[in-house]
Structures are given as C-alpha cells and as structure tokens.
Design a protein around this ligand. Structure first.
Ligand code: XMP
Length: 251
C-alpha cells in the first residue's frame, strides 16, 4: 500500500460500491469507474455487496485483473467475524482469487478467532486490516463501550483495546471512521507508525478530508462520493488533490 501510494501520489482507496440494482449492469459499471478513476487511486476496496451478485471467481476476478493491470492493490472488505476454521477458509478463497488484504473484526478475538487468518495472510504476504472504530453513529455501542480490560485497572474504551491488539497482532491496518477525527488522533497515539490508519466515511457520511488527514489517517476510503458522482474522474481527482495539498511532500 505504501509503495502504491508513493507511485500513484495518492492515498485514496476507492470503495467500489453500487446500490442494489440490475446485476447485469454492475460489472460494466465497476469496470467503467475503475477505467475512469484509477490514476487518482492507490487501491480499490470491494464489499460483499459486489462479490455476491458478480460471483467471486466470475465477475469479481475480472475486476481484480483490471485492478492489477492498473497497479492497484485490492482489499476485500469482508469484515471476517466467525470462528477460526471458517475464517481461515473464507480468507483462503479471497486470497486465492487475487485479493491482497482482507478486513476483520477483532471482537472475535485471537485464539480460534483471527489467529488463523493472520497466519494464512502473512504466510502469503497478504494483509489483515482490523476494525478499530467504525464510522457510523452506532459505533459507540460496540467499539465505544467502556469495558474492564484484564491488564488495566478500571474501565477502558473497547476501541483502545482493539488499537493495542492491532499492534500486538501485527495488523496491516486499522479502520477508524473519518467521522471521528478525535478518535483517529487518539488511536494514532497508540498505533504510532506501526499500523496505518484507514478512514472511511468521507463525504456522504459527513467525514472531512482535512480533519481526518490532520488527525493521522494514512489512507482515505471513499465510496459513494466518487461512485455516484456525475463525473467520477473529476471527483476522484478533486479528492486526491485536496489530500495532497494537505500532505505536501510527505506522501
Ligand atoms: P462511503 O460510500 O460512505 O463508503 O464512502 C464507505 C465504505 O467503507 C466501508 N467501511 C466502512 N464504512 N464505516 C463505514 O462507514 C466503517 O467503519 C467502515 N469500514 C469499512 C463501507 O463498507 C463502504 O464500502
């Protein structure tokens, strides 16, 4: 991801999301958006909302091939969330079809949870990106709850524990909503430069590019602001240029 961001002079991860609709048009739409916007991106992120209608080893494989041709790493945002043996099988299929990283939910824990996913990923030079604090309003009900951590006295925020686990588990990224820039800054102090922060929620959800970047987001995940724009290429360029004007030469 770092190499791609440097080569492309962009830290924008395009979330290739489309609303529910005609399945036959989805592949055409996805390819068209990638063709139009690839030069302004450092990676592409795909959800099950695209994998389900297109099929993993059918339509999605074509999109992954195109992303590779454009030099873009591909993240499967599958939020792996089950017991170890099913998690491992899920991850294997995503890596086999060509994804470079998967997202996972730290709520399921390490032993018989995410350990097999990290092992299979790192054995194959793939990545695991952990959810640390989501961008939607209800995020505080889970990631924001105060809990008793075994190693600490008193109560600690769940997301602080997850941020520490991201470091301890050698995660390749931590997702923190761009809608909570103070939390990005707080989590950055825990993960430092060891785990890059990926921030979704820019634009339609209300997250502000400048606040997220200044708080310490390394990569911005942007979906509908680009995919539903009248002119996706123009919007992607504007988002990329805004970020780069804040970062200056540091990208
Ligand atoms: P939009 O259209 O809001 O899409 O730019 C955001 C993308 O990021 C994925 N994603 C999340 N979205 N909070 C979010 O709002 C999160 O914590 C989060 N984690 C991942 C989302 O699935 C969509 O593809």
């Amino acid at each position: 991801m770092e190499n791609s961001a440097k080569n492309k002079k962009s830290n924008i991860v395009l979330a290739l999301d489309f609303p529910y609709g005609n399945r036959n048009e989805l592949l055409i739409k996805a390819i068209k958006i990638l063709d139009e916007t690839h030069e302004f991106l450092c990676a592409v992120k795909i959800n099950r909302q695209l994998a389900l209608p297109l099929g993993l080893f059918n339509g999605l494989k074509k999109i992954l091939r195109l992303a590779k041709d454009y030099g873009l790493p591909a993240i499967m945002d599958c939020k792996i969330n089950d017991v170890g043996h099913t998690n491992e099988t899920i991850a294997k299929y995503y890596f086999e079809v060509g994804f470079d990283a998967v997202t996972a939910n730290p709520f399921v824990g390490w032993k018989e949870g995410l350990k097999p996913v990290f092992e299979i990923a790192h054995k194959n030079s793939k990545g695991v990106i952990l959810l640390v604090y989501m961008s939607h309003k209800g995020a505080n009900e889970g990631y924001g709850q105060m809990v008793k951590a075994p190693e600490a006295e008193g109560l600690v925020s769940q997301y602080q524990i997850f941020a520490r686990k991201a470091v301890e588990w050698n995660a390749d990224g931590a997702v923190v909503g761009a809608t909570y820039s103070k939390k990005i800054a707080e989590i950055k102090k825990i993960v430092k430069d060891k785990v890059p922060i990926y921030s979704p929620g820019i634009g339609i959800q209300g997250g502000k590019i400048e606040e997220a970047v200044k708080a310490g987001a390394n990569f911005l995940i942007v979906g509908r602001t680009i995919t539903l724009a009248k002119n996706p290429a123009k919007t992607a360029k504007e988002v990329r240029d805004t970020v780069n004007s804040i970062l200056g030469d540091t990208l």
